[in-house]
Design a protein around this ligand. Structure first.
Ligand code: MN9
Length: 297
């Protein structure tokens, strides 16, 4: 099994002009990142527009990533869907494809309660027989995974990790402190320094598609107790994140920067809006800013 700790790019999904998945571009991007030293890939998560993809597309995307990665970086497949059986179908496919772990967002829309959510993860772990990473993203899902829910879930030895996409660092710190062997991933790139400082073992994020190297340096600085360097790196990253956010089209902006670096990634699927010419001009500046710092992946 690949090492689960580390900096993971939450991969974007490239599309062609007809809004079909561009598997060739995906494979080129994965190969490029893996050859440059990316530590892991989180496949078909929020950043990949996964709920705008069919299950068939999600399976083929994962197969492409595993093939292009060729056992270099660790691979986690996000299999989360609205219901247990749909998630387990994707998780079994992920296991057969050869991933290191599966992950799933909390089941959404129907307002499921704590015990239902705990059972959802235990069923995935038992039936797919894979290491499971719980995905907490309250801002998008409307559900918060609590320390109590984690304690319940951890009775199942296959539930090994938590992707924590929230800026409640008190909660992150309490969860990790109570359960040091739980692998916790920071999910808010703009506050990566906080998550890693209070105990996260790694980070999964969308901006690591274009500046993973910066965050690997930031993680190393924290491990070397060099707070000053870590702060400087986070400030630079946040300048970029602020610019990406200012377009109001975050994932499309990340894809455009990958396109500027030579691997055409296209737009996002509808109803996500298109970038304007003005957005694109700004992104040329953002890309130049990163490249001038030597951040080319
Ligand atoms: O996977 C990502 N979350 C979402 C985590 O996209 C909802 C983050 O990487 C954010 O995109 C990033 C910018 O806010 O922190």
């Amino acid at each position: 099994m690949g090492k689960l700790e580390g900096i993971f790019a939450a991969l974007v999904t490239p599309f062609n002009d007809r809004a079909e998945v561009n598997y060739e571009a995906l494979e080129a991007h994965v190969d490029r990142l893996a050859s440059k030293g990316m530590e892991g890939f989180y496949v078909c998560g929020s950043t990949a527009e996964s709920f705008l993809l069919s299950h068939e597309e999600r399976k083929r995307i994962l197969e492409s990533v595993v093939k292009a990665n060729a056992h270099r970086a660790t691979v986690i497949a996000h299999c989360g869907s609205i219901g247990t059986d749909l998630t387990i179908d994707l998780a079994k496919h992920a296991v057969a494809t050869g991933v290191d772990a599966v992950s799933a967002v909390t089941p959404f829309y129907f307002n499921f309660k704590g015990p239902d959510i705990v059972k959802y993860y235990c069923d995935i772990a038992d039936e797919a027989q894979a290491p499971v990473i719980v995905y907490n993203i309250p801002k998008m899902s409307g559900v918060t995974v609590t320390a109590e829910m984690m304690t319940e879930m951890r009775k199942n030895p296959r539930i090994v990790g938590l992707k924590f996409t929230s800026q409640d660092f008190f909660a992150l710190e309490r969860i990790k402190e109570a359960d040091p062997s739980l692998i916790v991933y920071n999910g808010s790139d703009e506050m990566c320094i906080c998550g890693l400082t209070v105990g996260a073992d790694g980070a999964i994020g969308s901006t690591y598609n274009i500046m993973g190297k910066l965050f690997i340096q930031l993680r190393d600085a924290i491990n070397n107790q060099d707070v000053k360097t870590a702060q400087e790196l986070q400030h630079k990253a946040n300048y970029v994140i602020k610019q990406l956010g200012s377009t109001g089209k975050f994932f499309a902006s990340i894809k455009h920067i990958i396109s500027l670096r030579g691997i055409e990634h296209g737009a996002c699927r509808r109803p996500f809006p298109l970038l304007t010419e003005e957005d694109k001009k700004l992104l040329v500046h953002v890309n130049d800013f990163l490249l001038e710092m030597g951040i080319d992946y």
